[in-house]
Design a protein around this ligand. Structure first.
Ligand code: T6T
Length: 333
């Protein structure tokens, strides 16, 4: 393996491990075989299917994937839909199978509906790595790479509880049932918020990733629960909708918002204290690792692959939102 590749691998491992980015999952021997990797003797093509093409989370992920693909000398065939739609995504997978890509990296739009098309890909001899979201049949996968969504939900509950003085009404703004990541965030939040008996979850809404729906739902929740004190928004589209609705009612920073993700628009709300805290993932690194593992798998260094990678989250709030140790993780659009 080239010296540059070995240095890069060691650097990525150092960053990931030093930053405590791997949770309790098996200690990642991500680059254990790094010293012995042979350079790719042919141009492999990796099919890369983001959850959606129009979201800065996946744009950041693709930036990391492309950077790693350039370092390793592999091709990326990026195919995705502009909307969260597992029927469209299944067709994209089938098209990439027909094109006979060497390996498929995907953020599945639905944990169950995407099992059949991905099983077909594996049956056709195309190995699959999931990134960000995953499917409810991990046995067919080479690896699953994601952030710690259950922990992120629990952290949101702890943070919101403290912000509202450990009592009062709160609401959850989720996306669509069946998305593994946002389902796990809700799971983590609801389990943790039970530790605060004076806090009542008065609504759990699903917006289908539409900001206008998040705004309308927030207005309706305020009408039904005028003493609402906090909202957990499980992605950036939802946090934008909630923040805009509260602003329109003159309730910015009165009703507290803890939100997931750090797209530019979400960071803007954080800077204006119209959203009080963000749970920030590492999509760029997820993209890098997915391509690195694809390379490892195709080049036969499969012992270097961790089956279940769970990256730690970062909390950005009013006390650290300008700190470079935090701002470096804000997503790039
Ligand atoms: O929160 C991210 C991602 O982790 C999730 O799976 C889907 O929504 C986002 O892309 C943000 O919109």
């Amino acid at each position: 393996m080239s010296t540059l590749r070995r240095k890069w691998s060691a650097a990525l491992a150092t960053v990931a491990l030093a930053a405590g980015m791997f949770s309790a999952v098996a200690s990642p021997n991500v680059f254990a075989a790094a010293a012995h990797r042979a350079p790719a003797h042919k141009k492999w093509t990796i099919g890369f299917v983001p959850g959606i093409t129009t979201d800065a989370f996946y744009i950041s992920m693709l930036q990391g994937a492309r950077a790693e693909a350039a370092k390793l000398g592999v091709n990326l065939d990026v195919q995705g839909a502009a909307q969260w739609n597992y029927v469209m995504q299944a067709q994209i997978v089938n098209d990439l199978v027909t094109k006979k890509v060497n390996l498929l990296v995907i953020a599945p739009n639905d944990a169950n509906a995407m099992i059949p098309p991905l099983k077909s890909a594996v049956k056709a001899g195309i190995p699959v790595i999931t990134v960000d979201t995953t499917i409810n049949d991990p046995g067919i996968l080479v690896s699953r790479i994601t952030s710690n969504n259950v922990q992120g939900g629990a952290l949101a509950a702890q943070t919101l509880a403290k912000m509202i003085g450990y009592s009062g009404d709160v609401a959850l703004m989720n996306v669509t049932p069946g998305i593994s990541t946002t389902d796990q965030r809700q799971q983590g939040f609801l389990a943790e918020i039970k530790k605060f008996p004076k806090i009542h979850v008065v609504a759990v809404e699903y917006t289908n990733d539409q900001q206008s729906t998040a705004s309308n739902d927030t207005e309706n929740i305020l009408l039904a629960h005028p003493h609402l004190k906090g909202v957990f928004a499980m992605n950036d589209v939802n946090s934008g909708g909630v923040a805009e609705a509260l602003k329109a009612k003159g309730k910015s920073n009165q009703v507290k918002i803890v939100a997931y993700d750090a797209e530019p628009i979400a960071v803007n709300f954080l800077m204006k204290n119209e959203v009080q805290a963000l749970i920030v993932q590492k999509p760029y690194m997820e993209g890098q690792m997915a391509v690195l593992y694809a390379y490892d798998y195709l080049s036969g260094h499969r012992k270097a692959i961790v089956k279940n990678v769970v990256l730690a989250n970062v909390m950005a709030d009013q006390s650290n939102k300008h700190n470079p140790a935090i701002t470096k993780w804000y997503y790039k659009s």
